[in-house]
Design a protein around this ligand. Structure first.
Ligand code: HAM
Length: 438
């Protein structure tokens, strides 16, 4: 095999045991949060029809999809996000389900992004979708969930950047810019290409007065909610659709404040997201140590309908697990692995191997992690290998002790050892959980 074939494919990573432990730790938190908020987990396939995934994902992500023709001639792709799959699932299997529907997913996603810190071609998300309600309390639920998740992991000083995409879309709609054109402008805004967005708007026939409005809107940002709402409100007087979107935004913000949401919000009227399905509030969270979003979400009231389902408003959020791992590292948060017992069983001669294997089986039945020395090492080398691998206890089987129904039990940390009866071993290792199975 050529040497290059042993390298990871660009953008792909191996997760080593410590990385996996951290990922599973975050996954555990995500799953507990889902339970606390009443979200049920579903597993959808990694491969879906290209058309489904491509439909509303936005140009930027669309051109970065891993798309291919399968052996049956179907055009398929690896999912770049969960939301399209969840919409499909709801339409095909949950039409009659009582609303709201709360669904949680955890898994890997694929985007042919340019690899860099926090940006990979295979990455993980914890995803939550709340389907069936268009009300501000649904928006507030997702904001609270987002805040609880980040805070629960111990992250500090994060900011949630928010906007209501209905304001920008309302202005453009009023100006007669068709949805495609709106989407193109949103893509530019998502990339913070303000000038690009303006010239696109101009080329799409947006008049001078409206261009002025857009330019002002894009400049409105800050931490203070009422200042933000007032400034936007004063700028969009000529645009009824934008006014009602802003009113909807204001109601959500007011409810979240009255409900005690304690998150640092940052308002930015020119903030758009690359995904095309958003219709209402949109948001992303950032920590000061990283300039990439650790989560993103928003309201999408017409996605299900655009797939041919009934009108079904929805809002959701996805956390970038890899980026959250990075953010935790940067903030010095390292969840400690709970200490655990780990037993190494060392037979003193080959004749006792079968006994060692049986003994390991007995301990595992008692829930005690046990490994047998499989390298044929002598006692002292087996013990030093054990210390190197965080073995907490060694069980040494010698012919003399064994013939008396005993083994040598060694505490690796205290380096003390004693002869004990084989049957007493589980209780000795785990004093509480003593032989609950006979
Ligand atoms: P998104 O903003 O595309 O939203 O992705 C959500 C999060 O996934 C990002 O904030 C980021 O943390 C992480 N992420 C995205 N791309 C990469 C990458 N290449 N490498 C590492 N992490 C990445 C969505 O996917 C929407 N489906 C969220 C949503 C759910 N909206 C409504 N419901």
């Amino acid at each position: 095999l050529r040497h290059e074939m042993l390298q990871n494919v660009r953008g792909m990573r191996d997760l080593m045991p410590d990385d996996v432990w951290k990922l599973r730790f975050i996954e555990g938190n995500a799953r507990r949060l889902a339970e606390l908020y009443g979200y049920e987990e579903v597993i959808t396939p990694i491969i879906e029809h290209y058309e489904l995934l491509a439909a509303k994902v936005g140009e930027e992500t669309r051109k970065r999809m891993y798309a291919f023709v399968d052996l049956g001639g179907r055009k398929v792709a690896l999912r770049p996000e969960f939301t399209a799959s969840i919409a499909r699932l709801v339409i095909t299997r949950m039409v009659a389900a009582p609303k709201p529907i709360r669904l949680f997913s955890f898994g890997s996603l694929y985007r042919y992004d340019e690899p860099q810190l926090g940006r990979y071609r295979e990455f993980w998300q914890a995803n939550y979708e709340l389907i069936g309600s268009s009300r501000p309390e649904a928006d507030v639920e997702i904001l609270c969930l987002t805040n609880d998740f980040l805070r629960g992991l111990g992250l500090r000083n994060y900011t949630i950047k928010v906007n209501h995409i209905g304001v920008l879309r309302g202005i453009l709609l009023h100006e007669g810019v068709p949805e495609d054109g709106q989407n193109a402008i949103m893509q530019a805004l998502d990339k913070k290409d303000w000038e690009g967005a303006m010239s696109l708007a101009k080329s799409l026939g947006v008049g001078d007065a409206c261009l002025e409005t857009l330019r002002s809107i894009i400049g409105i940002r800050g931490y203070d909610e009422s200042t933000f709402i007032n400034e936007v409100s004063n700028t969009i007087k000529a645009y009824p659709e934008a006014i009602s979107a802003l009113e909807n935004f204001r109601r959500t913000l007011e409810l979240s404040e009255r409900s005690g949401l304690k998150a640092q919000l940052y308002f930015e009227a020119g903030f758009a997201r690359g995904l095309e399905y958003y219709t209402g509030i949109i948001f992303e969270a950032y920590v000061p140590e990283l300039d990439i979003a650790i989560c993103g979400g928003g309201r999408y009231d017409r996605l299900v309908e655009s797939f041919g389902g009934g009108p079904l408003p929805a809002i959701g959020v996805a956390f970038g697990v890899d980026r959250i791992m990075l953010a935790m590292e940067k903030q010095g948060i390292s969840p400690s692995r709970p200490p655990r017992k780990r037993v190494l069983i060392i037979p003193l001669d080959c004749g006792l191997l079968a006994e060692a294997i049986k003994l390991a089986g007995m301990l595992r039945e008692n829930g005690i992690p046990s490994e047998v020395e499989v390298m044929g090492r002598n006692l002292s080398r087996a013990l030093s290998d054990g210390s190197r691998r965080d073995i907490t206890h060694a069980v040494i089987i010698g012919p003399k002790e064994f013939s008396e129904g005993k083994i040598v039990f060694r505490d690796m940390r205290g380096k003390v050892q004693e002869d004990i009866r084989i049957g007493d071993l589980p209780a000795k290792i785990c004093p509480k959980s003593s032989s609950h199975r006979s």
